[in-house]
Ligand binder design. Structure first.
Ligand code: NDP
Length: 259
């Protein structure tokens, strides 16, 4: 973890689950970021109370309103973060916000496909586009010429459920709209890695494991990983990511998952 020296990071969906866990662990790093932008769609809502309380104790933590399905909200968030950074770039963007709908192959609807795709796939595309100037600035200002999370990176929190090569838990959960949205997010990650390499920005997709969050806790099943376990290991992975990892899908232990 000593290798992870991020001056600024922004996370979407930072008010609960894995996003909130990442915020807490970033704050506890030996070299914590100078600025952590915790983006969430309802900063004043009940589900953001823990985040609000953290922000009141940590001046480096800035809460930013951001609904990833709303282009105006994304633009406003990028403008706010630009103002906060006062001419510096953003090192790390984590597209974490996501939704799942528990329908099967037979019950998935057109509306559901659109809603899940808007959040899980189009959201990360538009958020990355909006923050690209700040990521480029961080890459240009870095003393290193190697790709890394400390320099400039986009991490898309994906899922093994979006791996076409894997039949992950099909018998237990079908979640077709979710799987399709994450398969598309994986392709987006590959495209971003190809397009943004020239700007010095590393792009990778990460599967956090099956984690005890609202999303992960499917009725009748207890996920094997706590948020702390998943996040702790993902931060280890972040600290080691390099050129060879850009454009890949990795799990929380850093193992490559086939597309
Ligand atoms: P949770 O359901 O616990 O949290 C989801 C987060 O996403 C919340 O903060 C939620 O905000 C936010 N969110 C949803 N829609 C939007 C939106 N339109 N704009 C902004 N924020 C939004 O999920 P997890 O923490 O478990 O999941 C985090 C990521 O990890 C997701 O991308 C998920 O697909 C992925 N993942 C999770 C796994 C697991 O086992 N938990 C397994 C594999 C992948 P709000 O409170 O406002 O709803």
């Amino acid at each position: 973890m000593a290798g992870l020296r991020v001056r600024s990071a922004l996370l979407t969906g930072a008010n609960r689950g894995i996003g909130l866990g990442l915020v807490k662990h970033f704050l506890q790093l030996p070299n914590p970021p100078e600025r952590i932008f915790a983006a969430c769609r309802d900063p004043k809502g009940e589900r953001a109370q823990e985040l609000q309380s953290l922000a009141s104790k940590h001046p480096s933590l800035v809460i930013i309103p951001l609904d990833v399905t709303d282009p105006a909200s994304i633009q406003a968030a990028a403008a706010r973060v630009t103002e906060h950074l006062k001419g510096s770039g953003l090192n790390l963007l984590i597209n974490n916000a996501g939704i799942v709908k528990w329908n099967s192959l037979d019950t998935t609807t057109r509306e559901e496909m659109s809603e899940v795709y808007a959040t899980n796939t189009i959201g990360p595309l538009l958020v990355s586009q909006a923050f690209l100037p700040l990521l480029k600035k961080a890459a240009q200002g870095s003393p290193s010429s190697e790709l890394s999370c400390s320099r400039a990176a986009i991490i898309n929190i994906s899922s093994i459920g979006g791996s076409i090569a894997s039949e992950s838990s099909w018998d237990m959960i079908q979640i077709v709209s979710y799987r399709c949205s994450k398969a598309a997010l994986n392709m987006l990650t590959k495209c971003q890695s190809l397009g943004y390499r020239q700007h010095g920005i590393l792009c990778a997709a990460l599967h956090p494991g099956w984690v005890q969050t609202d999303m992960g806790s499917v009725s009748g099943h207890t996920p094997p990983l706590t948020v702390d376990m998943s996040v702790q290991m993902m931060l280890e992975v972040f600290s080691k990511l390099s050129e060879k990892d850009s454009g890949t899908l990795l799990d929380w232990e850093g193992k490559v998952i086939p597309w």
